[in-house]
Design a protein around this ligand. Structure first.
Ligand SMILES: NC(=O)c1ccc[n+]([C@@H]2O[C@H](COP(=O)([O-])OP(=O)(O)OC[C@H]3O[C@@H](n4cnc5c(N)ncnc54)[C@H](O)[C@@H]3O)[C@@H](O)[C@H]2O)c1
Length: 383
């Protein structure tokens, strides 16, 4: 029987736009129980010829240059926000007011005030909403979550999360949007440490106090469109934080784009009373597990490619590995099921707001050289 169709409007079409478009195209082809058949209805950009080319390449029916008009269209069911952070709030609030389901790229917003505004808007409108922290849905990470929740590691003591890249080590690399506070909100902090922190909230517990350290190594860079002129960099190149969690665990986050040789080294190690887990995005199908087992104790590497593992049954036989792009297909799959159920999946905008509170506290802690306590939860916040 044909599935009901769900019309998707995607705003932005470059890196994340390509990843999301691929996920929307694939999800119902692989997940037989996906409750809808997504239709790539319209993609939005700022320049007519470029967005038209993107629509043809990515498989959208239409191209448009006004997100305001598109978000208000009656034939649009889902608004998928793949633009830099400076436009997330305006698009999401308009989409909520137009009663659309919303998938928004991370970090939710550029500021705490914007994140609050967005969380309020979706709550008022009662629309399904989700933030795209896709790494939660890598099968090895989902298995780690299952093992921790089952108590296999015992009480959790440590979370050690690092996300390292090297793409701006060269001082002559131009000042792209990710290096401007007005466009990106922050640097490594919001861009990559936000993923590390989101995984800690997913796997370990709620951060309650942080001590942050932000550092900008290269404070001026050439303008992309005019390389002979230089302009200030007003975001962090490296972001670190010591963290205390609500359950007594302690931890460490590090996000840096100044780690030569580390291309996308998103990694965590979790130590519990009875065992440890290690995961690294660059070997994303593997999960290293240590559990005390007498003289045969030792780390072993699980190949998380078995049909019994999370999400894998939709793909290939055991050992036929999957990749980065699948994490987006899994995100979209859970988002579709959430729309069918009328209940937002995690991480939702409330999680996005909480994440923004942590980012904000790290930033304030770095500026004041003091530990910062996080606001306590209200009943409306995620547990
Ligand atoms: N989930 C992840 O792992 C992940 C990875 C990379 C980026 N991101 C996030 O995705 C978002 C986009 O990042 P990206 O790497 O795709 O950026 P990008 O520069 O590759 O693409 C941005 C797109 O947005 C469009 N755009 C910019 N301003 C716009 C506006 N006002 N109206 C309409 N279109 C506009 C651009 O034309 C471009 O198509 C950011 O929030 C970023 O933090 C998430």
């Amino acid at each position: 029987m044909a599935k009901p169709r769900l019309n998707v409007a995607m705003i932005g079409y470059d890196f994340m736009g390509r990843a999301h478009a691929n996920a929307w195209r694939q999800v119902a082809r692989f997940f037989a129980d996906a409750p809808f058949q997504p239709v790539l209805k319209v993609v939005v950009g700022r320049t007519q010829d470029k967005v038209q080319e993107a629509a043809a390449r990515l498989g959208f029916e239409e191209a448009a240059t006004s997100w305001q008009e598109v978000v208000a269209r009656r034939d649009v069911d889902v608004v998928d926000i793949c633009t830099p952070g400076d436009s997330h709030a305006a698009i999401a609030v308009a989409a909520a007011e137009a009663r659309k389901a919303i998938l928004c790229e991370k970090p939710l917003a550029n500021t705490l005030a914007e994140a609050q505004h967005m969380a309020d808007a979706v709550r008022r409108a009662g629309v399904v909403n989700m933030v795209c922290h896709n790494y939660r849905r890598v099968p090895a990470v989902a298995l780690a979550k299952r093992l921790i929740d089952d108590g296999q590691l015992g009480e959790i003591r440590h979370y050690r999360g690092t996300y390292l890249q090297d793409w701006i080590v060269d001082p002559s690399f131009p000042r792209v949007w990710r290096l401007q506070k007005a466009r990106a909100g922050s640097g490594a902090l919001g861009d990559i440490l936000s993923h590390t922190m989101d995984l800690s909230r997913h796997l370990v517990g709620e951060p309650v106090e942080v001590s942050g350290l932000l550092k900008t190594f290269i404070t001026e860079r050439p303008l992309p469109e005019e390389p002979t002129r230089r302009a200030p960099v007003d975001v962090d190149d490296s972001a670190q934080a010591l963290v205390k969690f609500d359950n007594g665990a302690v931890g460490y986050y590090e996000g840096s784009r100044f780690a030569p040789g580390r291309k996308n080294a998103n990694r965590f190690e979790i130590n519990g009373a009875k065992g440890s887990l290690v995961w690294d995005l660059e070997r994303l199908n593997e999960l290293e597990l240590y559990v005390e087992s007498g003289p045969l104790s030792g780390f072993r590497t699980l190949s998380v490619t078995d049909g019994q593992h999370p999400y894998i049954a939709a793909w290939w036989p055991p050992g036929h590995i999957i990749g980065y792009e699948h994490s987006f297909t899994h995100t979209v799959y859970d988002f579709l099921r959430a729309i069918a159920a009328g209940q937002s999946p995690r991480p939702d905008f409330q999680d996005g707001l909480r994440n923004q509170q942590v980012l904000d506290a790290i930033e304030r802690s770095s500026a004041t050289k003091q530990w910062m306590a996080l606001p306590s939860h209200t009943s409306e916040e995620a547990p």
